[in-house]
Design a protein around this ligand. Structure first.
Ligand SMILES: [Zn+2]
Ligand SMILES: [Zn+2]
Length: 117
């Protein structure tokens, strides 16, 4: 694989490390302990692919009732320097999560604090 461009300074954010776990994705944003566990089902429901979300309107097409409570990430692959493609245990594999969106959704204390200001 090629096409991964040079790292862009500060923006967009790029994870330092990504760990796939049965209960979600643990993303470390830096080596200094800035990390957040993105719960699997919430991440699955937040999928923005054309199957889950109407492209023109952003209207959700995904019925949460069709997503198992114990859905888990089966595999995670980098999409360039842009984001992650996640294959889910319910068979869904077209979702791409941009690092920018993931970073914006970081629920750690530090991000919650800075977001509240
Ligand atoms: Zn989707
Ligand atoms: Zn954070």
């Amino acid at each position: 694989m090629s096409g991964v461009g040079p790292p862009v300074s500060a923006l967009p954010p790029v994870p330092y490390a990504i760990s796939r776990r049965p209960d979600g994705l643990l993303i470390e944003w830096d080596a200094a302990g800035h990390e957040w566990l993105y719960p699997a089902r919430a991440l699955r429901l937040a999928c923005r692919c054309a199957i889950c979300t109407e492209e023109m309107t952003g209207r959700p097409l995904l019925d949460p009732a069709t997503v198992p409570d114990d859905v888990s990430p089966v595999s995670v692959a980098l999409v360039g320097a842009y984001g992650l493609r996640v294959v889910w245990s319910d068979g869904h594999d077209t979702g791409i999560y941009s690092f920018a969106a993931l970073h914006a959704g970081c629920g750690c204390e530090r991000c919650r604090r800075s977001g509240a200001e």
